[in-house]
Design a protein around this ligand. Structure first.
Ligand code: SF4
Length: 449
């Protein structure tokens, strides 16, 4: 294995053991994962959890619309081309905001508001501002950190005014790749000057932490395509970069059938690309965060990682330490200390429940003490590369961990399990050894790298 022409790859730091990467594993944005959610959690559980919330609370608002749908996308989103459907969704969302805020105790303080989707800028700026005003009026946030996901293809100048007006300092753009032939291959065409213009708009609007989502493992992607995209991203000054491996699961996501599976890089090549990306970004001065994020050392995410304050939630790696995250909108997930609740995924049913004055909880899972203990270990391994494991649990997972320990991908330092430098690409697989639910349904998850 050698590097692409645009970037000299140092000798491999990561040993390649395909047998340890073969089994698909969750991304562990929660534990238990969404695969364990069931219908025995409903509106009464959601209401009880809301009424017990206290301290810092974060909000996530889901806008499940996009101007056009990218072929690779695994998000719960649809085309924003039917005005009536969009208007009635927003009506329901306003209603949910009012219902949830009315149940939140007065000592719960909203400190973060994140807008995601879909693409929040698929709705009209005026509708978005109304939504924000409703949130402010009902939740009375206290000096909140505001973040927003944006699609460069619909980022018109007016959105700069919106971003500045709501005081958003964090923004994330789906870029994926700068290579035109790859953009064609994944159904997301956005020329470089469009991205540059979007960066200018967001910086001009006061965004201080700007994330680019990028992907490796795309159909027809060569090593030079990846190194060029990373170089462009660095040149445009991204503060954070999420570098994901494209997960091709057309049996789960029908829109991915449009992607030419015969052009996908083989597994070993994906592994090389992941390492190339890691090396290139670290060399460019970024701190590696968890297993697939990078941040400039002065970005809050890098500071959180450096001080052991990094967390993992439904939005990925985060410096958000709030114990309560309330998801608003169809399919949004709320995270309470004892229970995870997902809103009704189908936007028609979501609207119907709210029109009947019912909270839209559709699925979820209660967290047992054992779940919380295992969840803390999984989060520790993924965020910090280490976690204390009680001796009886270490004995219980010994067989599963054995191949990783034997190959030096992790080591026990007394009671602490530590992932070694070479073990980083195996972090999710190592963490999965602590997940007792993961013995079946492997096809529901993506490959570990
Ligand atoms: S813009 Fe983002 S959310 Fe919308 S379809 Fe494309 S990848 Fe999915």
């Amino acid at each position: 294995m050698s590097g692409g022409a645009g970037f000299a790859l140092k000798p491999l730091m990561w040993p390649y053991y395909p047998d340890l990467l073969d089994k698909p594993v969750p991304r562990y944005t929660s534990f238990p994962t969404a695969a364990e959610f069931a219908g025995d959690i409903g509106p009464a559980d959601q209401m009880a959890a809301l009424e017990q919330a206290s301290g810092d609370v974060s909000l996530y608002i889901h806008i499940p619309f996009c101007e056009s749908i990218c072929w690779y996308c695994a998000c719960n989103t649809g085309a924003a081309n039917r005005r009536q459907r969009l208007a009635s969704y927003l009506d329901a969302l306003h209603r949910e905001i009012r219902m949830v805020a009315a149940r939140l105790p007065s000592d719960a303080r909203v400190r973060r508001i994140a807008f995601g989707g879909g693409s929040p800028n698929a709705i009209a700026p005026v509708d978005f501002v109304r939504l924000f005003n409703e949130l402010e009026l009902r939740f009375r946030p206290v000096d909140p950190i505001i973040s927003i996901e944006l699609d460069p293809r619909t980022l018109i100048d007016e959105w700069g005014n919106v971003v500045r007006g709501i005081g958003a300092t964090h923004a994330s753009m789906g870029v994926q790749t700068f290579a035109p032939h790859l953009q064609e291959a994944i159904g997301r065409v956005q020329p470089r000057d469009m991205i540059e213009r979007s960066v200018d708009i967001l910086r001009g609007a006061g965004v201080t932490s700007l994330n680019f989502d990028l992907m490796y493992g795309l159909p027809g992607q060569g090593r030079d395509d990846l190194t060029d995209t990373l170089a462009d991203t660095v040149a445009l000054g991204a503060d954070r970069i999420a570098l994901f491996g494209y997960a091709h699961v057309p049996h789960l996501i029908a829109r991915q059938r449009r992607i030419d599976a015969s052009a996908l890089p083989p597994k070993e090549e994906r592994f090389v690309m992941a390492e190339m990306g890691y090396q290139q970004l670290v060399k460019a001065g970024y701190a590696a965060i968890g297993f697939d994020h990078f941040a400039r050392p002065d970005d809050p995410l890098a500071k959180a990682a450096a001080t052991g304050q990094l967390h993992r939630n439904f939005q990925g790696f985060t410096d958000d330490a709030a114990a309560v995250l309330i998801g608003l909108g169809a399919s949004a997930i709320s995270n309470f200390p004892d229970v995870l609740v997902q809103n009704e995924k189908n936007s028609g049913r979501y609207r119907m429940l709210l029109s009947q004055g019912v909270l839209p909880a559709g699925l979820g899972v209660r967290r047992s003490a054992d779940d919380r203990m295992r969840g803390a270990i999984i989060e520790g391994l993924l965020c910090h590369g280490r976690a204390v494991v009680a001796p009886e649990l270490a004995r219980a997972v010994a067989q599963g961990l054995a191949p990783y320990l034997a190959r030096g991908l992790c080591v026990f330092d007394r009671e602490e399990l530590v992932i070694t430098d070479g073990g980083l690409p195996y972090a999710r697989s190592i963490a999965a050894q602590f997940d007792p639910y993961r013995q079946d349904s492997p096809r529901r998850f993506s490959s570990a790298i």
